[in-house]
Design a protein around this ligand. Sequence first.
Ligand code: AMP
Length: 373
Amino acid sequence: MDSIKIKDKRFRISIPEAEIKRRIKEMAGQISKDLEGKNPLFLGVLNGSFIFAADLMREMTIPCEISFVKLASYQGTTSTGKVTEVIGINENLSGRTVVIVEDIVESGTTMKRMIEQLGTRNPESVRICTLFFKPDKLKEDLNLDYVAFRIPDDFIVGYGLDYDQAGRELRDVYSIIEDKNKNMKNIVIFGAPGSGKGTQSDKMIEKYGLNHISTGDVLRAEIKNGTELGKTAKGYIDNGQLIPDDLMVSILASVYDSFGREHKGVIFDGFPRTIPQAEALKKMLDERGDKVAAMIELDVPEEELMKRLILRGQQSGRADDNEETIKKRLVVYHSQTQPLIEWYKKEGIHYHINGLGELDRIFADICAVIDGI
Ligand code: AMP
């Protein structure tokens, strides 16, 4: 996915560098034509406009000058509210043709104030040249002489514009990817074979409307359908071993994407089972702007697991629920899967639940976790 992360937010390219350069050249051509013989003074507004001002000036075809100003913003008395002051004008503006070079105009309040302040220095005229303009946000009666791009009200970064001081160096302009999935609850339900992950998942699906990925179920369906993947998986499963990580990871991403971009959350049941799988899951979700909200560990003593699995084998006929394979699966669980508890503790999203006892009590404990995330 063509997105980047800056601090806590994700962005994707909205205006490529070539497009920006093309528009700037066009605009510089227009300004050169309009202000021929005027030796205009560009006043770049720092910090955001520094790259734009440099590129604009290099595309000019008439003599011109440049200087930079800063805006100092401070709280006035309650009646005046926020006051913006232009600082750093050292030039004599009297009789000059001034072009304010701004990176972005939104409400226009700052720009209006700037024009008022420059007006007291007797310039011949003051024009505004902005790289970006958000028409939907404009509150002031303002005449923008040169606008490179009219853009929707999305947060943008790059080409001199920052997100919390970061991202100014990006060559293209990026728009924020809105966090539509703020309330998405992706949950890893974790535990040894027979710990009740499937049973509790059914209840979670019903109560919270979550989607469910059981990698075991996916593999059993593949075996039933006689697919290539099923044939490969069967050998491992019958032997109580894990399917190789790369195979599991590729299956997972496609099942996850099949739920679309806006869902309430997914229960990961039987995945991850190894640390590389947990890392791959984190990466896969991160690339999509999503994350695991909680890892819920169902903790059940070993003798109880054996009892449950042998009973399940008799009832459901699952081939790997025989005593010999169960023992192997538990060994695999302890050696390869259990270390994930520490991994998720470090991630700060591990929740321990006593998985022995009444189904409803266990479910109530799970709900308390889900309601709290
Ligand atoms: P389960 O139904 O979750 O107990 O899975 C049954 C079997 O499928 C396991 O014993 C493994 O052989 C295989 N399997 C399921 N999920 C995974 C996974 N995430 N990684 C590797 N193998 C898996």
